[in-house]
Design a protein around this ligand. Structure first.
Ligand code: ADP
Length: 164
C-alpha cells in the first residue's frame, strides 16, 4: 500500500488544503492528514476542533484518515506509520525555499520522499492566517473555507486562542 501524509496545523482547514489533499488521494492508496501541534504556537482552534473540521470536510473522500501528529519529528512519524511520501502544496517560490531543506532533511533522516503539488491558481492566496485575520475584522471568508468551518468561525466556538 502506498501511504502518504499531508501534515499541517490546519487552523482552520481551508479550500487550498482540501484541494491538495484530494489530489494526494488520487495519487496514493491512503492519505493521512496529520494535524500538528507546536506548543510554542497559539492556535485559534483546539487540536480536537482542528481534527473535527478536517474529518467533517473530508468525510466524502475515500482513503483519507485524519490523525494528530503528536510533537515528534515528521520523519519518525512517517517511519512508524509506513508512510513513504510527504505531500506539500506549493503556493510560491518562498514556500519552495522553506520546504526544500526540510524535504532533503526528511529524506536523509528516514528515506521519506516529499512530493510537491503546485497550488491551484484559485487558492494561491489562501492561508489559515489570512483567513483568521479577515474573519476577526468582520470580513467574509465564505469563499475560502468549507461550510462547516465557516459555521465554527462565525460561532466563535473556541473562544480566543486555544492552547492545543
Ligand atoms: P502550517 O503547518 O505551516 O501551519 P498549514 O496548516 O497552514 O501549515 O498548511 C499545511 C500545508 O498545506 C502546507 O505545508 C502546504 O503544503 C499546504 N497549503 C497551505 N495553504 C495552501 C494553499 N493555499 N494551496 C495549496 N496548499 C496549501
Amino acid at each position: 500500500m502506498r501511504r502518504a501524509v499531508c501534515p499541517g496545523s490546519f487552523d482552520p482547514i481551508h479550500n487550498g488544503h482540501l484541494e491538495v489533499i484530494a489530489r494526494a488521494a488520487g495519487l496514493f492508496d491512503e492519505v493521512v492528514v496529520a494535524v500538528s501541534t507546536n506548543y510554542a504556537k497559539k492556535y485559534r482552534f483546539s487540536l480536537e476542533e482542528r481534527m473535527d473540521m478536517a474529518r467533517e470536510t473530508l468525510a466524502s473522500l475515500q482513503g483519507i484518515i485524519v490523525e494528530p501528529m503528536g510533537d515528534g519529528l515528521l520523519a519518525e512519524y512517517c517511519r512508524h506509520r509506513g508512510i513513504s511520501a510527504i505531500v506539500k502544496g506549493l503556493r510560491s517560490s518562498s514556500d519552495f525555499d522553506y520546504e526544500l531543506p526540510m524535504a532533503t532533511m526528511n529524506r536523509q533522516l528516514s528515506g521519506v520522499e516529499t512530493v510537491f503539488l503546485p497550488a491551484e491558481a484559485h487558492y494561491l492566496h489562501l492561508s489559515s492566517t489570512l483567513i483568521k485575520e479577515i474573519s476577526v475584522l468582520g470580513g467574509d471568508v465564505s469563499d475560502f473555507v468549507p461550510r462547516s468551518v465557516l459555521r465554527r468561525i462565525l460561532a466563535g466556538e473556541s473562544g480566543s486562542g486555544a492552547a492545543t
